[in-house]
Design a protein around this ligand. Structure first.
Ligand code: GLA
Length: 390
């Protein structure tokens, strides 16, 4: 957290509500290193939290109202905990995340209290770095803290996922909420999304950096295409089941089994399944590569992941391909791939320390020449997951 942020948030809170906040929470955005579109197939993912977060400060109210103010938009929104609905006014749609998580917590029986809230975030919005998951996780932590209840972080992540599915209407997996809640500083989390078991794997402390580059292409199609991909995966399972009766998700299908029965699947469904099944094996291999210090292999697997997302899963776009290509053309880049749902958003690259300056100097011009767009580059270390600061 930039050390100046806390006083700034606090003084704005006092300006707005005439008192100091009693609660302060933070939840980070995330970048997924590898394992894309595997989480809703019971598969493996390997994300880390990033050094960009949402902070929320609050004080209690006795009237069951939530009065929230977003410093980023300089907009306020008020709702009652008694009947929570989506915001009518588009200017207040940012508050839907607070509304959604409050509604889910109440439905689960948590006795919430009204709050004055100020939010401030440094996670870029609609860039595929999970600003929405960090809003939901921070909101859950805030409402729970104020209500005096302790919610286990895995459960909190599941509740945040439900809020996203039920209110936002995208049938997302658990990755984003999980890593925002449970991320570990200087580690990536190898998560089994079926069991929710996870292992924190240390990232190299020197020699290589995580570099995120934003296509700055606004993601239009992503919600409907996301739900379509998910349905195609379910269709693949339904068909493969006739030969592999014990499977319940694509996670259960080995590459050898897939090859044996691939012909039973319609072409598009076959390609989707191929991506998911091969991506799961890439995650397993990349975790081993990282543990044995083989960054070169890790980078190759990232590149292969991108190609699979582009050719088989069809969730990349010209801008992501151009940015990944420009990144890979820099000497010292181990690997580069799209990260998150796709159709825009960001790439993630693993870059040798000595190549980071060249990356920042050369990738923007290469990307601009290919697309006419400007990229925004962020370097990040793996950050700690959500925390209550006050
Ligand atoms: C979005 C979803 C995640 C995951 C990724 C793709 O970020 O919220 O659950 O499915 O897309 O890997």
């Amino acid at each position: 957290m930039p050390s100046s942020l806390s006083p700034e948030l606090e003084s704005r809170f006092i300006d707005l509500f005439g008192e100091a906040p009693q609660y302060l929470v933070r939840a980070p955005g995330r970048v997924n290193l590898i394992g894309e579109h595997t989480d809703y197939n019971d598969g493996y993912v390997f994300p880390c939290a990033i050094e960009r977060s949402i902070w929320m400060a609050a004080s209690p109210r006795s009237d069951g109202q939530v009065r929230a103010y977003a410093l980023n938009f300089q907009k306020s929104s008020t709702f009652s905990l008694e009947t929570i609905e989506k915001a009518q006014n588009p200017d207040e749609s940012w508050s839907d995340y607070l509304r959604a998580i409050a509604a889910i917590l109440q439905r689960e029986g948590y006795p919430l209290i009204g709050l004055n809230i100020v939010t401030y975030g440094t996670v870029p919005i609609a860039s595929g770095l999970s600003s929405s998951a960090s809003m939901l996780v921070a909101g859950a932590l805030l409402f729970a803290s104020a209500a005096g209840v302790e919610i286990d972080l895995k459960r909190l992540a599941l509740l945040a996922q439900r809020a996203e599915i039920e209110f936002v209407g995208v049938n997302v997996g658990i990755m984003d909420q999980f890593i925002s809640a449970l991320g570990r500083r200087d580690h990536a989390l190898f998560i089994d999304t079926r069991t929710l078991d996870y292992e924190a794997v240390p990232l190299p402390s020197e020699g290589v950096q995580i570099v995120i580059a934003d296509t700055n292409k606004k993601r239009g199609l992503v919600d409907s295409e996301y739900n379509t991909r998910r349905a195609e995966c379910e269709q693949a399972v339904a068909i493969l089941k006739s030969n592999l009766p014990s499977i319940t998700a694509l996670r259960d299908v080995t590459i050898a089994e897939f090859e044996r029965y691939a012909d039973t699947l319609p072409e598009v469904v076959r390609k989707r399944a191929k991506h998911v099944i091969t991506e799961n094996t890439r995650v397993l291999e990349s975790v081993n590569a990282l543990k044995s210090g083989d960054i070169t292999r890790f980078g190759e697997l990232m590149n292969a992941s991108h190609e699979s997302l582009k050719d088989d899963y069809a969730v990349s776009c010209a801008e992501l391909d151009a940015l990944a290509g420009a990144s890979r053309s820099i000497e010292g880049v181990y690997g580069a791939r799209m990260t998150g749902a796709g159709f825009g958003g960001c790439t993630v690259s693993l870059v040798a320390d000595s190549a980071v300056e060249a990356f920042k100097a050369q990738v923007p011009a290469l990307y601009r020449a290919a697309t006419g767009l400007d990229t925004t580059i962020y370097t990040t270390k793996a950050e700690q997951g959500a925390e209550r600061l006050r």
